[in-house]
Design a protein around this ligand. Structure first.
Ligand SMILES: Nc1ncnc2c1ncn2[C@@H]1O[C@H](COP(=O)(O)OP(=O)(O)OP(=O)(O)O)[C@@H](O)[C@H]1O
Ligand SMILES: [Mg+2]
Length: 463
């Protein structure tokens, strides 16, 4: 079925006159408006086509608004539902909010009230849609692409990676922890002519020197105590494939000559033997820091450095490519929602703002962990701020600025601004009052109110 380009609103009410007047109101707003005289018809429509927002009466003879809400969320979790309730049924509307309704309005309502409610719900849909479009873009352009990101820098790096992949050059990947070095190595391998064989990873920091040597270069039978059998070693296992040397800066200096030999001459010499065996291996190495310092300090051979570093790819930390955060977050959301069998439609705008203001010292891995945790903790159809770990909110101070989501109350703003200012002044209330241009009494008033709220909350939670 052809999808309408304008946002689609479905209005459900058993009273014809209501349907007509609401239709007039929302057609003017530029929405594609559909009408249904009852819950069953409405659900039928939601099954057949994409509907962004449903505006439904709560009390209807054939199926009430609450049941409609539940059914709509089952067939189309991303659709937002707004309920219209009469005085006296507000309690049920509150119940509906808990079940994932977006909002409710109490009758009689002003036109502007309901227009605003629908607008907000639609805005959220536009955001979801943008993400979805990006996603399908990625799926069509990235043949076998496993790296997510749409920032300029990631797109350029991927272009480069693709080009380099088809060559035989050794590649050095530099990036902070969690930036995706291993993923880049896998992507490179997958795009290379060696892709039909498995990539062989080795972490140079994981083993002491002797074990690392035997592991990489293999050993002859009886080479040392316990060497009952000959072992080929990872270089030979990676023949005609790619060997990924992670944390390459940590490889023992006495093994570096042996490594150089493989790279230069394509030969491995197993421990305890004198024979040289030819291997064809491509090496991709990774390091958290530049190897130059290690070379200067004599921990890393410069000839090996030049061999490894024919092509260097620097993966920037996540804080320098924050444009990628929404896409990555959405990707991880889907991954963990599926894994945990959860129906979660997306990430709220406020939550995205918080994710965007954090500086991510653990980079993409940290973001992945945060989203996994949020998926497990979330109660509603969207990931909300309260599903994020507290550390993400401490952050704001460091930059000396504070990002506040739109739509929160003045009281809440007061509380947060004061909280952040007190952190800055190391809890010096007088200085905070001075900075904020308010009296010390006002500071105490806000703090007392906050304390009262906290206590009420504790009580509610049975603490
Ligand atoms: N651009 C990306 N798209 C999708 N997933 C990513 C991306 N970058 C990183 N990840 C994921 O983040 C996690 C960390 O990535 P990876 O292990 O490649 O980082 P690393 O740079 O090797 O980190 P470390 O130095 O700590 O070993 C992995 O689960 C990886 O799949
Ligand atoms: Mg790694």
């Amino acid at each position: 079925m052809k999808e309408h380009l304008s946002p689609t609103l479905l209005i459900v009410d058993d009273e014809e006159s209501n349907l007509e007047s609401l239709e007039r109101v929302f057609a003017k707003e530029g929405y594609h408006v559909l009408l249904a005289g009852g819950g069953k018809d409405a659900l039928e429509m939601a099954r057949k086509r994409r509907i962004d927002v449903v505006l439904t009466d709560l009390m209807m003879p054939d199926m009430d608004g609450l049941d409609l809400l539940r059914s709509v969320k089952t067939v189309s979790p991303e659709t937002e539902v707004i309920l219209m309730t009469a005085y006296g049924t507000v309690q049920r509307a509150v119940e509906a909010m808990k079940e994932g309704a977006y909002d409710f309005v109490t009758k009689p309502f002003k036109k502007i009230q309901i227009i605003k409610g629908v607008r907000r719900a639609m805005e959220k849909q536009v955001l979801l849609l943008e993400n979805r479009n990006l996603r399908s873009l990625l799926e069509t352009t990235g043949d076998k692409r496993i790296i997510i990101g749409n920032s300029f820098v990631i797109r350029s790096l991927l272009d480069m990676l693709k080009q380099v992949a088809s060559s035989e050059a050794n590649v050095l990947l530099i990036g902070e922890s969690g930036t995706g070095k291993e993923l880049f190595a896998r992507q490179l391998h997958q795009w290379s002519q060696r892709a039909d064989r498995a990539l062989v990873p080795f972490n140079c920091a994981a083993l002491p020197r002797d074990l690392a040597e035997a592991e990489l270069f293999g050993h002859e039978r009886g080479a040392f105590t316990g060497a009952h059998k000959e072992r080929p070693g990872l270089f030979r296992e990676a023949a005609l494939s790619t060997l990924f040397l992670d944390e390459v800066a940590e490889i023992d200096i006495s093994l570096q000559g042996k490594l150089l030999r493989v790279l230069q001459e394509g030969e491995v010499r197993p421990v305890g033997g004198s024979r040289a065996i030819n291997v064809d291996v491509r090496v991709v190495a990774a390091s958290k820091a530049d190897l130059e310092t290690a070379v200067e300090e004599g921990r890393f051979r410069d000839d090996l450095y030049y061999r490894l570093n024919v092509i260097t790819i620097r993966i920037p930390p996540l804080r320098d490519r924050k444009e990628d955060i929404p896409l990555l977050a959405d990707f991880f959301l889907r991954k963990y929602a599926k894994k945990n069998n959860r129906q979660i439609a997306g990430i709220s705008r406020r939550t995205l703002t918080v994710l965007g203001s954090y500086h991510w010292p653990g980079n993409v891995r940290e973001l992945e962990n945060v989203i996994e945790r949020a998926v497990v903790l979330s109660k509603g159809p969207m990931i909300e701020e309260e599903d994020l770990p507290p550390v993400l909110f401490d952050e704001v101070v460091e930059s000396g600025s504070l990002t506040l989501p739109m739509g929160i109350s003045m009281a809440e703003i007061e509380k947060r601004v004061l909280g952040e200012t007190l952190k800055m002044t190391k809890n010096n209330k007088k200085m905070a009052a001075h900075l904020l241009g308010i009296s010390l009494r006002t500071v105490y008033r806000i703090l007392e109110r906050q304390q009262a709220e906290d206590e009420a909350l504790d009580k509610e939670n049975g603490a």
